[in-house]
Design a binder for this molecule. Structure first.
Ligand code: NAP
Length: 278
């Protein structure tokens, strides 16, 4: 089985970012990372994104707010960031605390700065197959891995386990645009195992540690693992039981070191594009 390493894909995306920046004359676009509270997962993602973007020569501004900020105050602060001409892109770490209406913020964010594709405008564009918008970075990272590794998508049976707005749903639309035949699975899917076995490209985005083992993988399938979980020993792991699929899959992404590394590279690419388009 060939291990599809995220770092190699990320390096190719870096070259694209450099080309976009050179072509646009924008030297160092700025990303604002908006975080409410101090959730360790958010803080770890923020650190990773900052490190990757800065290594690409991009700027990052942290915008942290207290966990108990009111809906009204947060909207006031968010509007300020949204309207700041020095901010080219905004990454909102979610979920937000209950007192803040997340839907309102999704509706407020300037679609041209919405580099993680949360606004209704960008969702609609993905649905319409219009590539002038921004897809959620993780969903696009899956397509980038396949494309950069030269894995054909056209006509392939793609099975996606998970139907969230962050990964499964937008990814299904991106795969459709690439002419795949797409099946989306979720907790009500009957015969998940049989459905997954029929996949030529299997994408795991369920958020369940090692739930997909070799019994779910067809011979020579390509397996892309989006999951980020902690196993019984406290180690990071994906939704796929990586060791068990070695003899079944032809290629697979590891966790860590797979899709996660590509997600932040896609974020950098979106920021460069946002700045170039503005
Ligand atoms: P989510 O909102 O919890 O959605 C999980 C989806 O998986 C739901 O649609 C759920 O079905 C489905 N599912 C859960 N258990 C299942 C099961 N046993 N059988 C079949 N379907 C099942 O999660 P998410 O935000 O999409 O994230 C998914 C995973 O990706 C998480 O591990 C997350 O940490 C990871 N992630 C990684 C990145 C990255 O950069 N690599 C970025 C974002 C997320 P229902 O709809 O029926 O409930």
């Amino acid at each position: 089985m060939i291990v599809l390493k995220g770092a190699e894909v990320s390096a190719k995306i870096r070259e694209e970012v450099e080309q976009i920046l050179a072509g646009s004359g924008k030297q160092a676009p700025k990303l604002a990372i908006v975080r409410v509270g101090e959730n360790p997962d958010d803080m770890s993602y923020e650190r990773g994104a900052r490190k990757k973007l800065e290594s690409f020569g991009l700027r990052v501004q942290s915008c942290p707010y207290p966990a108990n900020i009111s809906d009204e105050d947060f909207k006031k602060e968010f509007r300020r960031v949204n309207e700041d001409p020095d901010v080219d892109g905004i990454l909102l770490l979610r979920p937000l605390p209950k007192q803040i209406c997340e839907k309102d913020i999704e509706g407020m964010i300037d679609p041209s700065k919405d580099v993680d594709g949360i606004s209704p405008t960008n969702s609609a564009k993905i649905f319409a197959g219009d590539s002038t918008g921004f897809a959620p970075c993780t969903a696009e990272a899956v397509v980038e891995v396949l494309k950069q590794k030269g894995i054909p998508i056209t006509g392939k049976r793609v099975v996606i386990v998970g139907r969230s707005m962050v990964v499964g749903k937008p990814l299904s639309m991106l795969m459709l645009k690439e002419n795949a035949t797409v099946t989306i699975c979720h907790t009500r899917t009957r015969d998940l195992r049989g459905t997954c076995q029929g996949a030529e490209i299997l994408v795991a985005a369920a958020g369940r540690a090692k739930m997909l083992d070799d019994a779910y993988v067809g011979q020579d399938a390509v397996v892309i693992d989006v999951g980020i979980n902690v196993d019984e020993n406290g180690s990071l792991c994906g939704d796929v039981d990586f060791d068990s699929i070695q003899e079944k899959a032809s290629m697979a992404t590891p966790v860590p070191g797979g899709v996660g590394a590509v997600t932040t590279a896609v974020l950098a690419k979106h920021l460069a594009l946002a700045a170039a388009r503005q």
